[in-house]
Design a protein around this ligand. Structure first.
Ligand SMILES: [Zn+2]
Length: 116
């Protein structure tokens, strides 16, 4: 399982995902990793219907969430009827298989749901 992390600037505390070497807020270097885990809040979402043949689904639902650390990340929603502002929990699982390669990504679900 791949770990997904954001970075927290040591100078000003700004959070960035994907992690950045130079802080976008204060311009300084030096940061610490912070894992993308725990509770998150759904900021926005959409359904994607125009998928490549690598997907068996008719559509996928993707969303941007904000973690308690302040990091925002894009991932797949394992929720039938998402609502902006709802609380979600995060896990890492395959999002796509191409040939023999499996790509992992972030998934979001209602807290307490069994991970896929
Ligand atoms: Zn900074």
């Amino acid at each position: 399982m791949t770990a997904f992390t954001a970075s927290v600037c040591r100078s000003c505390g700004a959070v960035a995902y994907p992690p950045r070497r130079r802080c976008r807020a204060c311009g300084k270097t030096g940061s610490d990793p912070v894992p993308l885990e725990g509770k998150a809040t759904l900021v926005t979402f959409t359904r994607v219907y125009n998928l490549s043949l690598a997907f068996e689904e008719r559509y996928i639902t993707v969303g941007i969430v904000e973690f308690q650390s302040g990091a925002r990340a894009l991932g797949r929603l394992a929720v039938d009827e998402p609502e902006i502002g709802m609380e979600l929990s995060c896990y890492v699982a395959p999002v796509r298989t191409v040939g023999y390669e499996t790509y992992e990504g972030l998934w979001f679900e209602r807290p307490g749901s069994p991970a896929a």
